[in-house]
Write a protein of this length. Structure first.
Lengths: 113, 112
């Protein structure tokens, strides 16, 4: 069973607009969440993280929102740029797992000029 | 550049063979993690080492083993290879378990 789900395999957005990527999880023990970006032939690149004691974390154009009651998190990219086109992975871990990450299957974002 | 180095980038071998994948973590990182990414699966956690000791195991087959050496580099050994072992294998490192993991570019393993 998938503990971390990214239900949209793909998303297309116009340059300059907002991109919203969504992620749902089922394990209530998860307390640390991360977003990674992946280009072809490269490893995942860390973007932003959030711990369960917060509901929002911001870093430049990237903001992650966490709704613990809904077991849902989202990544907002504003404004979107063509260079943001990549596969985005949501990941989660819990304190007892020593940090090993459970990944969603990814959402492919295409930002059109 | 994440600072995590994986070698080789590509590996082609036959069923029944044994291979070793190598990972050098970022300078200062004590934790090393191995993940497998197959075509129809997302990234799956295999095993974690911290300062030379195994800390956590995920969905790692008994045919697979790993170790972390005193200089903190790690090796993942895959034996009695099967066609289904064809995948991308990623290594990641972090300062501690509650810190972001930084990934290498992976080793693509193809079993013929």
């Amino acid at each position: 069973d998938q503990q971390v789900k990214q239900n949209s395999p793909s998303l297309s957005v116009q340059e300059g607009r907002i991109s919203i990527l969504n992620c749902d999880y089922t394990n209530s023990m998860f307390d640390y969440f991360l977003w990674y970006k992946k280009y072809p032939a490269e490893g995942p690149t860390f973007l932003i993280s959030i711990s369960s004691i917060k509901d929002k974390n911001e870093d430049g154009r990237f903001t992650v929102f966490l709704n613990k009651s809904a077991k849902h998190l989202s990544l907002h990219i504003v404004p979107s740029q063509p260079g943001d086109s990549a596969v985005y992975f949501c990941a989660a871990s819990d304190e007892g797992s020593q940090g090993n990450l459970i990944f969603g299957k990814g959402t492919k974002l295409s930002v059109k000029p | 550049d994440s600072g995590v180095t994986q070698t080789p980038k590509h590996l082609i071998t036959a069923t029944g063979q044994r291979v070793t994948l190598r990972c050098s973590p970022r300078s200062g990182d004590l934790s090393v993690y191995w993940y497998q990414q197959s075509l129809d699966q997302g990234l799956q956690f295999l095993i974690q080492y911290y300062n030379g000791e195994e800390r956590a195991k995920g969905n790692i087959l008994e045919r697979f083993s790993a170790q972390q050496f005193p200089d903190l580099h790690s090796e993942l050994n895959l034996s009695s290879l099967e066609l289904g072992d064809s995948a991308l294998y990623f290594c990641a490192s972090s300062e501690a378990h509650n810190q972001p993991q930084h990934f290498g570019d992976g080793t693509r393993l193809s079993i013929l």
